[in-house]
Design a protein around this ligand. Structure first.
Ligand code: ADP
Ligand code: MG
Length: 215
């Protein structure tokens, strides 16, 4: 028996090379995307049936062709960023997950990085340049039109009553190609019920931000 691996660690079949796996991913992507990017792969993961396929996907995710900071935890869409730039970059990876129509709640204290994350999301949808995305704290609603979606970045920090909320007529913004990204939306229970995706940001030490995405 010596020299035999325990059965629980059955060796995984030799993986085909990157290009082979790349074309396999491409074949599997219904939209026939020409560039396989990580969000596609993350979407694809639940559709992969066999252990080998999942292994290959993981291996692909870990190659140096993608951000070396990707860690196992991020596969469940949880990540810690260490700068505003990293949060913007993470926001960019969320585009596939946020295909319209969506109502997204952004939760977190003041300065947690909600608006920073929207910079990445808006950029990924080619709806705005990062630097043009600013806080709608006083303006309440910012609109960014992209080719695939219209983003509405909304900040309800200063809105306290359902009546004030009604004046914003947010329901009128909802359509097949709209994405509502709402900061402080959890102040109103209806948004907690209606939201498709929730992204929470928590300040850790200094510039560290724990970001969790749940659907
Ligand atoms: P919120 O919209 O949640 O109130 P903002 O995105 O407007 O927060 O501001 C976050 C602030 O924290 C910015 O000044 C940004 O530069 C800073 N910051 C530092 N580290 C990070 C990080 N890891 N992610 C996001 N923002 C960070
Ligand atoms: Mg903000």
């Amino acid at each position: 028996m010596s020299g035999q691996p325990p059965s629980a660690v059955r060796p995984v079949q030799p993986a085909p090379g990157y290009s082979q796996f790349h074309s396999m991913l491409k074949r599997r992507l219904s939209k026939g995307a020409s560039t396989v990017i990580r969000p596609f792969a993350l979407n694809l993961r639940p559709k992969l049936e066999s252990t080998d396929e999942r292994f290959l996907l993981l291996r692909w995710l870990y190659t140096d062709r993608v951000n070396h900071e990707i860690k196992e935890r991020e596969l469940s869409r949880e990540v810690t960023t260490h700068s505003a730039e990293e949060t913007v970059a993470f926001g960019r990876t969320l585009a596939e997950l946020l295909a319209p129509p969506k109502l997204v709640l952004l939760r977190g204290d003041l300065g947690a990085g909600k608006t920073t994350l929207v910079k990445g999301i808006a950029a990924a949808f080619a709806a705005a340049d990062e630097e043009d995305v600013t806080s709608p704290t006083f303006t309440l609603v910012h609109e960014y039109r992209g080719p695939r979606a219209t983003l509405y970045h909304i900040d309800l920090y200063r809105i306290d009553t359902p009546r004030e909320l009604d004046t914003l007529a947010l329901d009128d913004l909802r359509s097949d190609n709209s994405i509502l990204l709402i900061e402080w939306g959890e102040k109103f229970p209806r948004f907690v019920h209606e939201r498709d995706v929730e992204i929470s940001l928590e300040r850790e030490v200094e510039n560290g931000r724990r970001i969790r995405v749940s659907g």
